[in-house]
Design a protein around this ligand. Structure first.
Ligand code: YH5
Length: 283
């Protein structure tokens, strides 16, 4: 048995607990007009909710809603604009489904309004680095995903350098966990994420992925987000619409290595992957 790590994880959120004893699929909803892979589709809240509800039917366990693209070169979004994009989506989705909702944002104002509108998880690619972000987690009792990123979205892919990418990521995540714990956030509120594609070359991403178990061994539920990313596109030399199989292959390995949440665009097939790999892991 490869499990050094507890396998009966429960994630404490503001108003409920999410069982992470089996791997879960987080479906991606971009409430962003400028987003990379589905820009233009979810232009209004109703359409975004429609897509989210389809993902729920397709087997999503969590819906991740983001209103600001983190890709290099994307426009900065004001607090007001981001609120306008995501809050109606969260409110309508919350009124039509009990699905756990996560809010993909780095802004404390958006985190707070999102949890008040019914979001359960704060998914922060900057790991609560904005002043006041930690207080939102404390005051709301929401769960938080702490992700590693080197640099800032605008410039992170310019020339990422590490002497030891896995060591650096682990060190950073441990420091962010300590920051949370010292502030009074519970260990059972925390998810960790190595941050594939965030200030990392393709080689860094594969190096880190190959060592995913060392991040799982930290003892917190691990989220993996590789869906459609350039670590797939680069190896396959294929555009975003043709990266599905590559993403599913990595999702399978991530689950086998102990990841608990797979963030993905293709919910149907990712849910199938989780099921068969979970079955395999019983033997
Ligand atoms: C993540 O890994 N990623 S937004 C570029 C793509 C396709 C997709 C070139 N938010 C993560 O999904 N939150 C994003 O094609 C995230 N972990 C967590 N926790 C970037 C993204 C994407 C970028």
């Amino acid at each position: 048995m490869p499990f050094l790590v507890k396998n009966n994880m429960k994630l404490k959120c503001a108003t409920r607990t999410i069982d992470l004893s089996t791997p879960k699929v987080m479906g991606i909803i971009n409430a962003t007009p400028d987003s990379f892979s589905d820009g233009g589709f979810n232009l209004n809240a109703e359409k975004a909710v429609e897509s989210a509800l389809q993902m729920v039917k397709d087997g999503a366990d969590i819906i991740d809603i983001g209103g600001e693209s983190s890709r290099p070169g994307a426009d900065n979004v004001s607090v007001e604009e981001e609120l306008n994009r995501v809050i109606p989506v969260i409110k309508i989705l919350r009124s039509s489904s009990t699905i756990p909702i996560s809010i993909d944002t780095v802004k404390p104002e958006v985190m707070k309004a999102a949890v008040e509108a019914g979001a359960d998880i704060i998914n922060d690619i900057s790991a609560l680095s904005a002043p006041g972000a930690i207080n939102v987690v404390l005051q709301t009792g929401a769960a938080v995903c702490l992700m590693h990123m080197q640099g800032k979205p605008h410039t992170m892919q310019d020339n990422p350098v590490y002497s030891d990418v896995t060591g650096d990521v682990i060190h950073y995540l441990q420091q962010r966990v300590e920051f949370c714990m010292k502030s009074g956030i519970g260990a059972n509120q925390i998810i960790l994420d190595p941050g594939f594609g965030f200030g990392k070359t393709v080689e860094h991403n594969y190096h880190l992925f190959a060592k995913l178990e060392s991040i799982v061994d930290l003892g917190y539920p691990v989220l993996v987000g590789v869906s459609r990313k350039s670590m797939i596109g680069n190896v396959l030399d294929k555009p975003v619409q043709q990266r599905g199989a590559g993403g599913l292959a990595l999702a399978a390995i991530a689950v086998k290595m102990g990841a608990k949440i797979i963030r993905a665009h293709d919910v149907v097939h990712t849910a199938d992957v989780c099921k068969v790999i979970l079955e395999l892991m019983k033997y």
